[in-house]
Design a protein around this ligand. Structure first.
Ligand code: ATP
Length: 351
């Protein structure tokens, strides 16, 4: 088990900056997702941690020991790639035992460990099967068992579930998380799927444009995004242009709204963006007066069974509300409404 520390890690490929000045502490026993859009540097960062890529700047410490110059095979890290990289000509047991054999473990010890690992990933009795005879989810488990075989200090996974269909993927997310918690192994997973990151992580590291944009628990990041990139990337958000009108006030389409305390970096009268989650916005009948309500006209209603989405044009800006079926607003396209943006749910960000 191990704590991982990244100090000023950067990586350039010629003119391309793939990772810029990343400072990060990954606590012992936690599961951390590196989350971000394609090309933001996630894979490069996890490859640097694995020792498969040399950083251009910075240092990497495992339990306080500087491992920046240590070759990959001496870092004692288990890794699962998107491609899984299983050996198709070997059986399940031979695949799982591969690292143990290289390390020189005796046959009986190998057999016992393989049985234990098959049990761990819920594939008991499948040791003699060939890889081609397994389903996608079973192959995934073999790759995980192989990576865990040598009891690594760190467990790294690069988009491990992206080849699976949606249902199996969700089931594997839960399974992988339970396994990680049972073993208490420090784990880093690369994903571009925010739902996956929210499901599995103790901490989410949101990356964008080669940099870490925000680090926090899934709920912290969801509730308090630090900028519009994070607000937009994590779930969906209404991002509305406003003018700052005081320490806790903004103006949206001519209407004053109360907000939680606005950062000192946002000047009075200056432009800002109001971020509010659609599920926090309520649709009320036209004329319903009260705090933090903006008049609008319904432009679109979508009922997908599990939720109802209502779009309203409020002075030229679209405000979206999502409600549970029991709270379905009784409105149709063209209706006048009041959109309520409760103060506590508003986050004011720099535009
Ligand atoms: P994806 O989700 O698409 O895999 P990513 O977030 O993992 O993306 P990286 O693969 O780390 O992103 O790439 C970050 C940037 O570095 C990209 O602009 C990419 O083109 C560039 N890059 C990565 N590897 C190399 C390389 N070996 N040579 C040159 N440029 C590279």
């Amino acid at each position: 088990m191990a704590e991982l520390q990244l100090n000023h890690i950067g990586k350039r490929f010629g003119a391309v900056t793939a990772v810029e000045n990343v400072d990060l502490i990954i606590p012992d026993g936690k599961l951390v997702c590196l989350l971000g859009p394609s090309g933001c540097g996630k894979t490069t960062l996890i490859r640097i941690i694995a020792g498969l890529e040399e950083p251009s700047t910075g240092h990497l410490l495992i339990d306080g020991e500087d491992v920046t110059a240590l070759p990959a095979h001496r870092r004692n890290i288990g890794m699962v790639f998107q491609s899984l990289a299983l050996f198709p000509h070997l059986t399940v047991a031979e695949n799982i035992a591969y690292g143990l054999r290289i390390q020189g473990a005796a046959r009986p010890a190998r057999k016992a460990r393989v049985d234990e690992l098959l049990e761990l990933v819920q594939l008991p009795g499948l040791g003699d099967r060939h890889i081609a005879q397994l389903s996608g989810g079973q192959r995934q488990r073999v790759a995980i068992a192989r990576a865990l075989g040598l009891e690594p200090r760190l467990f790294l996974l690069d988009e491990p579930l992206s080849a699976l269909d949606a249902k199996l993927r969700e089931a594997m997310q839960v399974e992988l998380r339970l396994l990680q918690q049972r073993l208490g192994i420090t784990t880093i997973i690369v994903t571009h799927d925010q739902r996956e990151a929210m499901t599995m992580s103790d901490l989410v590291v949101v990356m964008g444009d080669a940099k870490v944009q925000q680090v926090g628990t899934p709920l912290e990041i969801y509730r308090n995004p630090v900028n519009t990139f994070v607000a937009d990337f994590i779930g969906s958000s209404n991002l509305l242009p406003v003018a700052v009108a005081g320490p806790t006030r903004v103006v949206l389409a001519g209407q004053e709204l109360t907000t939680p305390a606005i950062g000192a970096d946002l000047a009075d009268g200056g432009p800002a963006t109001l971020s509010i989650r659609p599920e926090d916005v309520h649709v009320l009948p036209s004329g319903a007066e009260g705090e933090n309500r903006v008049a609008g006209k319904v432009t679109f209603v979508r009922d997908v069974g599990a939720s109802v989405e209502t779009h309203a044009d409020c002075g030229g800006f679209t405000v979206i509300s999502v409600a549970a079926p029991k709270d379905r607003p009784d409105v149709t396209r063209g209706d006048d409404v009041m959109m309520e943006l409760p103060s506590a749910s508003c986050v004011v960000l720099r535009r």
